[in-house]
Design a protein. Structure first.
Lengths: 131, 205
């Protein structure tokens, strides 16, 4: 009985440390994404797009958005407000895979892990395509 | 007999706790005392001479009948601002039905953050322009003003976005004295300032 309790406590502590299989992705998210997209991925009203309900979850286009950034501008007649997402060009393919898998795993309904090869293909497509 | 004693103790405890809760709480005055005309006065915020998102000039006189929470930000801020604004929005949701309370966000980047741009920002945040003011004014004046709100704000090309500043949310009473604050970057500190706004608001009833 005592051992059962110890094992249970140990399991709880361990699982508390690893609430995601993508630890590096989580650290990258905290460092680069969380200030704007928030810890829960909710964004900020119409100013910052939410990630937790994003249409890009699971889509390879997400890789390209992270790599190139987005210049989103809100217009009202001649008034405008630029809302720029910076480009994260320096992320390696492995870092990109971990980050994208972290985000997808957290919020995509039917999560499927992206392989390094998937990400590599998405990166090279992003770097060659004009848009 | 034992039951009677326990029952008595229980009633005593409940009475004591309710008695404690009924005592009116008063928020402290934050900051150092200053001497004005030979009189000791509590620390007071500096000169507000800023335009809001509807291009209307606002001064300290516009805040003499309201209490407000203030933060310092800029719309193109890539670092902590969105998180602070998120907490300000939580406060907005909590106090929007209290006519005595306002929210004020001072931009520290007045060159880019014109009233028109701040209006777009407020519109996209979906907030009432008469409840939450976004103020722009002289840059150096705003840095000096920030100092009186215990917020550091200065230009620094080394940091992302070009401005370094802290993410404090400051509660100011009708006479311009600072009565409470929270850290906009720490969501767990937000319920406390919402509670303090209520205490301060109730103290004027």
């Amino acid at each position: 009985m005592k051992w059962l309790f110890v094992i249970l406590a140990f399991t709880i502590i361990i699982s508390g440390c690893y609430d995601t299989p993508y630890m590096q992705g989580q650290r990258l998210y905290q460092a680069h994404c969380q200030n704007c997209h928030m810890e829960d991925g909710s964004g900020l009203k119409s100013l910052i797009k939410p990630l937790n309900s994003s249409a890009y979850l699971g889509d390879d286009a997400m890789v390209c958005i992270i790599r190139r950034g987005i210049l989103d501008t809100i217009f009202n007649d001649k008034d405008f407000l630029p809302k720029e997402m910076p480009a994260f060009k320096k992320l390696s393919v492995v870092e990109m895979a971990n980050l994208v898998n972290y985000i997808n795993n957290k919020w995509q309904v039917d999560f499927k892990e992206k392989t390094i090869l998937d990400i590599e293909a998405a990166v090279s497509q992003c770097d060659t395509a004009d848009y | 007999m034992k039951n009677i004693v326990s029952g008595f103790l229980l009633i005593m405890t409940i009475t004591l706790i309710t008695a404690c809760n009924q005592q009116p709480k008063e928020l402290p005055y934050l900051g150092n005392m200053a001497m004005v005309d030979g009189q000791e006065v509590h620390h007071t915020v500096g000169t507000i001479h800023h335009y809001n998102q509807d291009s209307i000039l606002m001064t300290n006189a516009d805040f003499k009948d309201v209490i407000y929470v203030a933060d310092f930000f800029f719309t193109s801020c890539p670092s902590i601002c969105p998180r602070v604004t998120k907490e300000m929005h939580k406060i907005y949701e909590a106090v929007k039905d209290n006519p005595m309370v306002r929210l004020v966000s001072f931009t520290i980047d007045p060159v880019r953050d014109t009233p028109e741009r701040l209006k777009l920002y407020a519109d996209n945040l979906g907030v009432d322009h008469n409840k939450w003011y976004f103020l722009t004014g002289d840059k150096e004046g705003t840095f000096e003003l920030a100092d009186t709100y215990f917020v550091t704000a200065y230009e620094d090309e080394e940091v992302p976005g070009g401005f370094d500043h802290s993410g404090k949310i400051i509660l100011v009473d009708k006479t311009g004295h600072i009565r409470s604050y929270s850290e906009g970057t720490e969501p767990q500190s937000t319920p406390k300032i919402i509670e303090d706004i209520k205490i301060l608001s109730d103290s004027y009833k």
